[in-house]
Write a protein that binds this ligand. Structure first.
Ligand SMILES: Cc1cc2nc3c(=O)[nH]c(=O)nc-3n(C[C@H](O)[C@H](O)[C@H](O)COP(=O)(O)O)c2cc1C
Length: 419
């Protein structure tokens, strides 16, 4: 028999602890976001469909992106036990300088279109967190504007070689003069990938007011207010606008870039240079032999070639082939700090986050990017503690198994089946 009593009003009062309501709507919204997926949900609600889809979407059937995210979800961690890790050190040296966390902000084009604070929010949040910020050639804030937002931190510049090479070379010189310390030369964009959502939405630069966009704008007045009351979008390198992003890219980008262009850029750039968009072991080794400072294994967040290799799967064999003394970074599909920890364990020196940053930006401008970084930081720290490691250097391949859903079919197996 359970013993019962009359409720004691004092005990009841003790249970009733009402929190002071948070009156700042943005803070309330962002504090309630516990994961990057939560930020994505808020971002979707607050951003016009065409701009959200441009960010969230990928190329063709979006398989490269969904497979990359799946690969991270299919990680199995192997913790060590009874290894106290009361404090964890998440800092790392990367490309000749420090970063407080093992990730930086990836270069993204047209960023002020997603939310008006754009790159200034990204660079400011990176400065506050002590991590690098990367400005895209197709950025919507000037090189000098980013430098002013992150004057004491690490600024990296991403280079596309345009048909008019001089435009790209001039930007490279400007970024060097402004004090950017690393150049990311992106090589996976000879032509734009087929972003079908953009086609279907009739997404154009600048955005066009059609009946559809006006109806879609009604529940998102703040985005439009920001867009119409802040300076016009300007691109450092694009003199033409009008058309989908794909059409703009195809008109602007040089599809013939080669190792010869790399040599020219090497001569122009006084700092470190990394090649972004590497997708196999042979190219990784060749680039190391060519004397670059590092590579980013990336399929451009699934926005270029669909059904491309999953960078996270490539990582162990690339690390083995290039050895320990060459910088290997990775991006595509990172939605959780645990994805970053798994990447470091399997040999990545550093990681980049694209959409995770942009979801935060769309959810709440600068405060939203701060929230993205805070979420990833706490996931990294928690995962490290649960694994029983207190520094990134202690992470090793034994901490991670990559479970695979899709396994390559060998030619021998196909032939055997056919017999
Ligand atoms: C909206 C958007 C715009 C991008 N623009 C560029 C760009 O201008 N230059 C570039 O090298 N990569 C660009 N990327 C690719 C990112 O730098 C990065 O490789 C990718 O976002 C990583 O995948 P994730 O979004 O899953 O983190 C862009 C990505 C997104 C989502």
């Amino acid at each position: 028999m359970v013993q019962r009593q009359i409720p004691n009003p004092v005990e009841l009062l003790e249970l009733m602890k009402f929190k002071k309501p948070e009156l700042n709507g943005k803070k309330r919204r962002l504090d309630a976001a516990l994961t990057i997926d939560d930020l994505r949900t808020i971002a979707k609600r607050r951003t016009p469909k065409a701009a959200f889809d441009y960010t969230d979407g990928a190329a063709e059937g979006e398989l490269s992106l969904s497979r990359a995210r799946q690969a991270f979800q299919d990680v199995e961690f192997h913790p060590g036990i009874l290894r106290p890790a009361p404090d964890v050190d998440t800092s790392v040296d990367i490309l000749g300088g420090p970063s407080a966390l093992p990730f930086g902000i990836a270069p993204t084009g047209f960023t002020r279109l997603m939310q008006t604070e754009g790159e200034i929010a990204g660079a400011g949040a990176a400065a506050a967190a002590g991590i690098p910020f990367t400005l895209s050639t197709l950025g919507t804030t000037s090189i000098e504007g980013v430098m002013a937002a992150n004057p004491h931190g690490r600024n990296w510049f991403q280079l596309y070689v345009m048909r008019d090479h001089e435009i790209s070379y001039e930007l490279t010189r400007r970024a060097a003069a402004a004090g950017f310390d690393t150049l990311h030369f992106t090589v996976d964009t000879p032509v734009a990938g087929a972003r079908l959502r953009d086609k279907r939405n009739g997404f154009s630069i600048p955005p066009q007011l059609t009946l559809g966009t006006i109806v879609n704008a009604i529940p998102r007045p703040w985005w439009w207010y920001d867009f119409l009351t802040t300076p016009k979008l300007e691109f450092a390198s694009l003199s033409t606008t009008g058309g989908t992003v794909g059409e703009l890219l195809d008109a602007a980008m040089d599809p013939t870039i080669s190792y010869e262009d790399l040599a020219v850029i090497r001569d122009l750039w006084p700092g470190r240079i990394v090649i972004k968009g590497v997708q196999n072991v042979e190219d990784s080794v060749r680039l190391k032999d060519a004397g670059v400072d590092g590579i980013v294994l990336s399929n451009h967040g699934g926005r270029q070639l669909d059904r491309a290799p999953i960078p996270f799967h490539l990582l162990p064999s690339v690390r083995e082939a290039v050895g320990d003394d060459f910088t290997v970074m990775i991006d595509t599909g990172i939605m959780n700090g645990a994805d970053i920890v798994a990447s470091v364990a399997l040999g990545a020196d550093f990681t980049l986050v694209g959409r995770a940053y942009l979801y935060g930006l769309m959810a709440g401008g600068r405060a939203g990017v701060d929230r993205t970084i805070a979420i990833l930081r706490s996931e990294i720290e928690r995962t490290m503690r649960l694994l029983g490691v207190s520094s990134l250097a202690e992470l090793e391949p034994a901490h991670v198994t990559q479970l695979t859903r899709l396994v390559p079919v060998s030619r021998a197996a196909v032939e055997a089946n056919a017999r």
